[in-house]
Design a protein around this ligand. Structure first.
Ligand SMILES: [Zn+2]
Length: 522
């Protein structure tokens, strides 16, 4: 009896020492619900097949409106857990910005990433040079793909949590669901079933600032004793941006290792996964619409022949910010500057701000004009408002940008937090004239167009220069017949009663307007 009691106390003592934390209990309950620690640990390889749909909220037609449906397609994946290598085979049929199909593969290892085929309209120099097309992933893309693979592979994540209990940290509940934090992920569990229900990252979005990026897991089915979520809904601040439905899962299928290889020549020069401030949302969401430029600078291709941004003079006091995937226009007035478009990121805006400070002897940016609200042409808006400018936007954009400037942006990697709530926002219903003391004028005109509601065209009369974005890319070859965007530019010019000699663009460079007018006449 005495011995039994001693044993009992001993056991109790041991149990109290090793009492699992609330977080560890949530993880072991989840592991049990998914088939048990052993079944999870026995997964050596896993393959999945499924279909996906994508939406991009900040390419909406209306500012703040319904997310734009961008693509649907098939994704097959195969993972070798021992080498931590995954291959994805995609067939993505895009509806936006134009209809096209990209069929390509990705191989992701801990050290490098490899893209086989064409996956974007914004191909980098390495992809363009390779025959057949292929390229190594940038460090940004590799780190992002690795993170998203971990988010998707929930069985692996729960297994990893079991193996590293000390790394499982407390986290605040999500919508009443108990949650844990693990290596940057916040995982919330269904209290009834114990299954993981939501996997969250705290990301930064160039428009909405601090955002929650969530995978919501459902439709659990059992394969070889392991429960797998067949449905994954991805939400950005609660709005659906991707939905995946798996159709087939195989646990421990044989693997053709040759399909998981990255060629030695590619591997030798491939980027390592980026650390620090990875622009996850930019990398993920530019891929949603098939326009991602795979580069370790979000503004330009670091592998281009002469990489970097620069100010190109088009006319006295009129400059185009070029050298990257997205341009802007800078007009020098007598005692201030006007900037048209705030593309990509606040990092690009900071570059422009510094360039203007040295080139225009400290003239402040007094007007920031946005041609439209899309995230790739407005994502650097905060950075350009540094001098306390007035923000000029098209009709129907006021509420959207009023909300944007009030959204918390504490995770902005490119600039310190600023109070932008007092920035005046002006909506242009027809036209707006900006004038300086010497009589130089710059006009913004509202224009009917097929791309976005409340779009603006800009006109610098003394330079006889117009500026448009996403409707016509001046300097790029013209199609045999004008498209709807190009036709909209010609209509807007006629409506405004202006006689432009040239147009500069938010994409492309600068070109003679006559070429477009001639094309319309045909
Ligand atoms: Zn656009």
């Amino acid at each position: 009896m005495r011995y039994a009691l001693a044993a009992l106390f001993g056991a109790l003592l041991l149990a109290s020492c090793a009492t699992p934390t609330k977080e560890q209990s949530l993880v072991s309950k989840a592991a049990d619900a998914m088939g048990g620690a052993r079944a999870l640990g026995d997964i050596k390889t896993i393959s999945t097949s499924g279909t996906s749909k994508w939406w991009e909220p900040e390419q909406s037609e209306v500012p703040g409106g319904e997310p734009r449906f961008s693509a649907e397609g098939k994704i097959d994946s195969i993972s070798d857990l021992a080498s931590r290598t995954t291959r994805y085979d995609y067939q993505k049929n895009f509806a936006y910005p134009t209809a096209r199909t990209f069929t390509y593969s990705e191989v992701v290892t801990p050290q490098a990433g490899y893209v086989i085929g064409i996956d974007s309209n914004g191909r980098n120099a390495e992809s363009l040079k390779a025959n057949p097309p292929a390229h190594s992933m940038s460090g940004y893309r590799l780190a992002t793909t690795q993170r998203e693979r971990a988010r998707t592979g929930i069985a692996g994540m729960i297994s990893a949590m079991l193996a590293n209990p000390d790394a499982v940290k407390p986290a605040a509940d999500i919508n009443g669901l108990p949650a844990v934090e693990y290596q940057g992920f916040i995982v919330a569990f269904d209290p009834k079933t114990g299954l993981p229900e939501r996997v969250r990252n705290l990301d930064y979005d160039n428009i909405w600032g601090d955002v929650n990026y969530d995978s919501v897991l459902s439709d659990w089915r059992e394969f070889s004793g392991v429960k797998i979520p067949m449905k994954r809904s991805v939400q950005l601040n609660g709005r659906l941006v991707q939905e995946t439905q798996l159709t087939d899962v195989r646990i421990n299928p044989p693997i053709d290792q040759a399909r998981l290889q990255i060629p030695a020549g590619v591997l030798a020069n491939a980027a390592k996964p980026a650390t620090g401030n990875v622009p996850y949302q930019w990398v993920i969401r530019r891929q949603y619409i098939g326009t991602y430029l795979d580069s370790d600078n979000v503004s330009y291709d670091t592998k281009a022949a002469s990489p970097g941004l620069r100010l190109q003079q088009l006319s006295p006091g009129v400059f185009q910010l070029v050298g990257g995937s997205h341009n802007a226009l800078v007009v020098e007035m007598s005692d201030h500057l006007i900037v048209v478009d705030a593309p990509v990121s606040d990092a690009q805006s900071m570059w422009l701000l510094n360039a203007t400070k040295s080139q225009f002897s400290g003239k402040p940016i007094r007007w920031v004009v946005l041609t439209h609200h899309h995230m790739d042409h407005a994502g650097g808006v905060r950075g350009l408002l540094n001098d306390g400018a007035t923000l000029v936007v098209g009709q129907g954009n006021y509420k959207h940008f009023n909300d944007v400037l009030r959204a918390p942006a504490t995770r902005n990697p490119d600039m310190k937090v600023m109070d932008l709530t007092r920035i005046p926002i002006m909506e242009v219903t027809q036209s707006h004239v900006m004038t300086d003391s010497k009589g130089r004028q710059v006009m913004a005109y509202a224009m009917d167009n097929p791309h976005a509601k409340g779009m603006l065209m800009v006109w610098v009369p003394d330079a006889k220069l117009g500026y448009v974005t996403d409707l016509w890319n001046p300097g790029q070859p013209l199609p045999p017949k004008p498209n709807a965007g190009q036709a909209a530019v010609v209509s807007a010019v006629k409506k405004a009663g202006i006689q432009p000699e040239r147009f500069a663009g938010g994409h492309g460079s600068v070109d003679e307007y006559q070429k477009l007018e001639k094309l319309m006449g045909q």
